[in-house]
Design a protein around this ligand. Structure first.
Ligand SMILES: [Zn+2]
Ligand SMILES: [Zn+2]
Ligand SMILES: [Zn+2]
Ligand SMILES: [Zn+2]
Length: 102
């Protein structure tokens, strides 16, 4: 077991952890941390490409960008469209009733 050793970065498991990701709470080393955003590398890969603040929930089926629940509109159980594409594709038919905030 490795318990008792200094806490290691939870991403590379090699360097000592010196930062805490504000999104996932992982303890990570400087190399696996994006200081300007305060998040770990793992989170930066799954971060919303629109607001850059929250973890993404899925890809836009039109433009393929990653978006969070605030920036995406769920159009079926598994499909999302970003608000940008949604506004350009108002005629798109889905099997799902759009439930936009009114
Ligand atoms: Zn690391
Ligand atoms: Zn993280
Ligand atoms: Zn977002
Ligand atoms: Zn899109």
């Amino acid at each position: 077991m490795i318990s008792g050793l200094p806490r290691k970065c939870e991403i590379c498991m090699v360097n000592d952890a010196v930062h805490t990701c504000r999104l996932c709470g992982r303890k990570v080393c400087g190399e696996d941390f994006e200081g300007d955003r305060g998040i770990c590398k793992a989170c930066s890969l799954t971060l919303c490409e629109f607001c850059g603040k929250q973890l993404s929930v899925g890809y836009c089926i039109v433009c393929g960008r990653l978006g969070c629940e605030d920036c995406m509109i769920q159009i079926s159980n598994v499909a999302y469209m970003c608000k940008e594409c949604f506004s350009k594709n108002k005629g798109v038919k889905t099997a799902y009733e759009f439930t936009l905030n009114t």
